[in-house]
Design a protein around this ligand. Structure first.
Ligand code: HPA
Ligand code: MG
Length: 219
């Protein structure tokens, strides 16, 4: 009999999708008809995202100690993950001995055009972040390094970063979040609020975008 190995997590702490991960056939799932022809496969099904998020919420609660939470959601791509994570933390908090006060703030970052990082990170629509002083923060989203420097200047008590996805862009990560949902190959994915030029945010699963769609929605 062939040995089967189950890989629970990689160096990132997230569930590992290997470089040869083919994804699931689109025929096995439901997705909006207006995206037919635009996707190659379902990379991470929505239910799997939700289950993993529930566990991240528990890990966060376990490590929070006596701190309150100020959530800093990184828009736009992080909105769905943030909403679902906050939801799960809320549920755990309300059912625990110590109900934890939680506030949610938003910051908007933009660094991608088509499927390329533009290097120049814009912090758009940032609120005055001075309320962060002495608070514990759980950030969600990507493009984190520059943002962290920005946030650290406000001297919060504790900063934790939760990211649904980290990509294996090379063997070394410039920055690894404290909580990672999935570690994925270096390919462009869409859905679950992640976009390609603002399309695909309305897709529940995380999917691989087709080459045809990259042309179709190019700007
Ligand atoms: N998809 C959507 N937005 C992104 C990605 C991606 O794979 N990587 C960085 N921003
Ligand atoms: Mg984007």
């Amino acid at each position: 009999m062939e040995a089967v190995s189950v890989q629970s997590c990689g160096r990132s702490g997230g569930i590992v999708l290997t470089d040869n991960w083919p994804g699931y056939s689109l025929d096995l799932f439901c997705y909006p008809a207006h995206y037919s022809g635009d996707l190659d496969c379902v990379f991470i099904p929505h239910g799997m995202i939700m289950d993993r998020t529930e566990r991240l919420a528990r890990n966060i609660m376990d490590e929070l100690g006596d701190n309150d939470i100020v959530v800093l959601c990184v828009l736009k791509g992080g909105y769905q993950f943030c909403a679902d994570l906050v939801d799960r933390i809320k549920a755990l908090s309300h059912n625990s001995q110590r109900s934890i006060p939680m506030r949610v703030h938003f910051i908007r970052l933009k660094s991608y055009l088509n499927d390329c990082s533009t290097e120049d990170l814009h912090i758009v629509g940032a609120e005055d972040l001075s309320f962060l002083a002495g608070k514990a923060i759980v950030g969600t989203g990507k493009t984190m390094k520059a943002l962290l420097e920005h946030v650290q200047a406000f001297r919060p008590q504790m900063i934790k970063v939760a990211a649904l996805l980290v990509k294996r862009v090379s063997n070394t990560w410039a920055y690894l979040p404290d909580y990672v949902g999935f570690e994925i190959p270096d390919r462009f994915v869409v859905g679950y609020a992640l976009d390609y030029n603002e399309y695909f945010r309305d897709l529940n699963h995380i999917c691989a975008i087709s080459e045809a769609a990259k042309m179709k929605y190019k700007i």
